[in-house]
Design a protein around this ligand. Structure first.
Ligand SMILES: [Ca+2]
Length: 582
């Protein structure tokens, strides 16, 4: 399943920064050791020389540089959302640790770096997305409407986590998910490629600039957020600051929830006498019906924060019990013509929102928050599919990854959506769910060990002086913000009630997965992290703005560190303790 699509509002972000003079003054120039009477080599020359010089003293096996090319000012960099104009920089591409692999190989860890001429002395690791397998553009994307890292002067690295979706692709093994059947490739995907890639980045920085980076930061969402958590927990000394949004740090459990959700929608179709199909899922709940979820939730909870403004800032107070009466008001009356909920739809939604359970009633993941973005397109994209768009991503991405990557032994499935659906519908939560914790040859660890990054002891990261910012959309249908909040509460208990000294969770009301939804989803998390790490200014609030696709473009609200909430204060909003209001 994808964990980190490029947000749709990236295009707007690009329009904001393209061609603008955003680069800071030149602080450090690339250099190499030269005799005092020789002219200093140009950055172009130093860059090109990395093709051979970078291999010297490399921190990894078989470091191979395939590209070392100077990029002039205004170079257009292709991104999935269109071309971007870049400042002058050295582009470095390569790979390391090539090996045959058990199946689907050969595998290697690919990376890309961009080293700006006007370097701010800092290093930014750009997290991946989905099942990875592509090397990111290394522009240092930092959120919609936000200046990317490269344009701020960061030397940026991105990596593919040890497999390539084109080269490592066997159609009868789920295509580019074949890496899930190879133990080392799965481990690299989960965490093991991260530290070597990080080390390569610092090595190339030293080779190019002649000195070390003085501040090291990470930015990622979804799978990228999971990678940030992996660094904080398993390589706690790597980074001074980590931004880990909507972290997929319980990915295998969330994949169970995807199967659970699909089974709920299939039940709606079966109750109508229909055989579930992938396109049919879109009709299990029409757009008008699923919009009732948002409407009912707002009717029940909008005012809890003191402002009837279409946003639910009262985190933790909008419960199923509170919303249920509003949902029941929207049940279909006899002869109803407008949008209304069938009783089977209502019970399916309530079971979905409670999260996956086994027959003994034990929760296998977590519940989902009731929030204003439920049932809207960013939610439908995953759960049932978009009417004029892709089918349910929970099926076409979720089933394959649960089969190939998140269970052991792995299951060989093709890529036919209807077969993926059939497998997901046959998934038995008593019999099959424990396989996310299972170990069998050739695997020596479980998928949960390889990919789950849910540890609550961050004492080593804290001792290093690390700072961690974790925003999460309250209407994220892929990873539940309730899980992230529960995790923070556990971290806080372990830290003696002082977790906010080094890790803060920022719930984003209305936001779907990484972006979108009726939310103020445009905010500079990288800037907030810089302030915390460099200026020791802890983020007591992060200013955020609503994008053009929301009901209120330009609306401003602070994002507040949990458990504080945005509440009306004077002419605007301020972060307050919920308890103070009650
Ligand atoms: Ca409100």
């Amino acid at each position: 399943m994808i964990k980190g699509r490029i947000p749709q509002n990236l295009r707007a972000a690009i329009a904001l920064f393209a061609g603008a003079a955003l680069f800071p003054a030149l602080l450090v120039t690339p250099q190499v050791s030269v005799a005092s009477d020789a002219p200093a080599p140009s950055p172009e020359t130093t860059c090109a020389a990395l093709a051979t010089s970078a291999a010297q003293g490399a921190p990894v096996q078989g470091l191979t540089i395939t590209t070392a090319q100077w990029q002039a000012a205004g170079t257009q960099v292709a991104t999935r959302e269109g071309p971007v104009s870049a400042p002058p920089h050295c582009l470095v591409e390569g790979y390391f640790a090539e090996r045959p692999g058990l199946i689907g190989g050969p595998y290697r860890i690919g990376f890309r770096m961009r080293l700006p001429q006007a370097w701010n002395g800092r290093y930014l690791f750009s997290g991946g997305g989905g099942s990875n397998g592509v090397v990111g553009d290394a522009l240092g994307f930092a959120g919609g409407g936000v200046t990317p890292g490269l344009m701020r002067g960061y030397a940026v690295i991105a990596q593919d986590s040890g497999h390539d979706n084109t080269r490592n692709n066997l159609p009868d093994h789920g295509g580019d998910l074949v890496f899930g059947h190879d133990p080392e490739a799965r481990r690299n995907y989960g965490f093991a490629s991260l530290k070597p890639a990080y080390d390569v980045g610092r090595h190339v920085i030293r080779a190019f600039y002649g000195r070390d980076s003085k501040t090291n930061l990470f930015w990622g969402c979804s799978k990228g957020g999971q990678e940030g958590m992996a660094f904080a927990q398993r390589y706690p000394e790597a980074f001074d600051g980590i931004f880990a949004m909507a972290p997929g740090f319980a990915l295998p459990r969330a994949a169970l929830a995807e199967a659970w959700d699909t089974q709920r929608f299939a039940a709606i179709l079966r109750a109508r006498g229909e055989n579930p199909t992938v396109p049919g899922l879109k009709t299990a709940l029409t757009p008008a019906q699923s919009a009732l979820l948002s409407e009912a939730t707002l009717a029940a909870c909008d005012k809890l924060d003191g402002a009837a403004d279409g946003m639910i800032n009262a985190i933790g107070q909008c419960s199923a019990a509170r919303v249920r009466p509003e949902l029941r008001k929207r049940l279909c009356a006899p002869g109803a013509t407008g949008a209304c909920l069938e009783p089977g739809q209502l019970s399916a939604i309530e079971r979905l929102m409670a999260g996956p359970h086994n027959r003994a009633g034990k929760p296998l993941y977590t519940s989902w928050p009731w929030d204003a973005g439920l049932g809207l397109p960013g939610w439908r994209l995953w759960t049932v599919g978009l009417d004029k768009g892709p089918p349910s991503l929970n099926v076409v991405l979720g089933a394959g990854s649960l089969a190939a990557v998140f269970t052991t032994p792995s299951t060989v499935l093709g890529a036919d959506p209807e077969k993926l659906l059939a497998w997901q519908l046959a998934f038995d939560f008593d019999r099959d769910a424990p396989r996310i914790y299972g170990v069998s040859a050739p695997f020596t660890e479980s998928a949960w060990f390889d990919v789950g990054m849910h540890a609550t002891d961050l004492s080593a990261f804290r001792a290093h002086g690390g700072k961690l910012i974790v925003p999460h959309g309250m209407s994220d249908p892929v990873f539940s913000a309730n899980d992230t909040i529960a995790w923070w509460n556990a971290v806080n208990r372990k830290a003696g009630g002082h977790a906010a000294d080094f890790v803060r969770v920022f719930p984003v009301p209305g936001m779907n997965h990484c972006a979108g939804g009726p939310a103020t989803d445009q905010f500079d998390g990288l800037g907030a992290l810089e302030s915390w790490v460099v200026d020791h200014k802890a983020p007591d609030a992060i200013p955020a703005k609503a994008g053009p696709a929301t009901p209120w473009p330009g609306r401003e609200r602070p994002l507040c560190p949990y458990p504080r909430q945005a509440m009306p204060a004077g002419a605007g909003f301020a972060c307050r303790n919920a308890a103070a209001r009650r």
